[in-house]
Design a binder for this molecule. Structure first.
Ligand code: IPE
Ligand code: IPE
Ligand code: MG
Length: 246
């Protein structure tokens, strides 16, 4: 699929991706899981480039979940050092492509070197005006909702908030994605049909796109395919088809 086949005036503002299947890809290629994670970086580079070319405003990548901390220690350590190296290596490229990096998740739980390299990359790309690349790191939807509830309770106790002020909009503004529009499109690779604790609140009306491709094989052409599929769907938001068409 090439980018020219997309309807230019109907590109989703926000695409979120559950990048899954690195381990299975590695197994298929007779290698260890870490090799699969390493190959996954090429897919990230291609998709970030494609998202910029398509004019997507926000691309959120699920890179490490709260639950992923429970993987074997060696895999967690390897993922963390891969993350540091990828951030260091890719920052120049991100600046050349005018990409602004952001991160959501329990960032304080990341090792110090990951936190500091991440901060540097966020700082260094902060004045870029193209694609916003949001990395979900040590992230989970339930973690985020618990944090939001705590903040709201605190503000209510302080007298900054009253019960009547608690609206959907206020809750959205207390999430780590505050200020970011909800994703219109959510992609998951590797043939799994689940959300795995990703953006639970934000995907209330997202269109889901599942592909059997394993993440290391995913490229920007596959992102364009997902967008083309999205562009053919009728989003009804609870209304009837007739209402939408008129
Ligand atoms: C996704 O690939 C990367 C992370 C979750 C960090 P996996 O490592 O989950 O690969 P599979 O699902 O075991 O194939
Ligand atoms: C989801 O993938 C998390 C990321 C892609 C970072 P997992 O591989 O961890 O999800 P489950 O365990 O198969 O649901
Ligand atoms: Mg997986």
């Amino acid at each position: 699929m090439v980018i020219d086949e997309l309807k230019k005036n109907y590109i989703p503002h926000h695409v979120a991706v559950i990048m899954d299947g690195n381990g299975r890809w590695a197994e298929l290629h007779g290698n260890d899981r870490i090799f699969g994670h390493r190959q996954g970086v090429d897919a990230v580079r291609s998709v970030v480039e494609g998202a910029g070319e398509a004019g997507i405003e926000y691309l959120t990548l699920y890179a490490f979940s709260t639950e992923n901390w429970d993987r074997p220690k060696e895999e967690v350590n390897a993922l963390m050092s891969l993350l540091v190296n990828a951030i260091i290596q890719e920052t120049k490229n991100l600046n050349e492509k005018n990409v602004k990096m952001l991160a959501i998740g329990d960032l304080a739980s990341l090792p110090d070197d990951v936190q500091s390299k991440l901060d540097e990359a966020i700082q260094s790309t902060s004045s870029n005006t193209g694609l916003n690349l949001v990395l979900a790191l040590s992230y989970s939807g339930r973690w985020e909702l618990v944090e939001a509830v705590k903040k709201i309770v605190r503000e209510t106790k302080n007298g900054e908030l009253t019960e009547n002020q608690i609206t959907e909009c206020l809750i959205s503004n207390h999430l780590s994605t505050a200020g970011i529009p909800d994703p219109e499109l959510l992609i998951r690779t590797s043939g799994e049909y689940r959300i795995s604790n990703f953006l639970l609140w934000q995907i209330a009306y997202s269109e889901f796109y599942f592909t059997p491709l394993l993440w290391p094989d995913f490229r920007k052409e596959n992102l364009f395919e997902a967008i083309a599929d999205f562009q053919c769907r009728e989003r009804r938001f609870g209304k009837t088809s007739e209402q939408i068409r008129s």
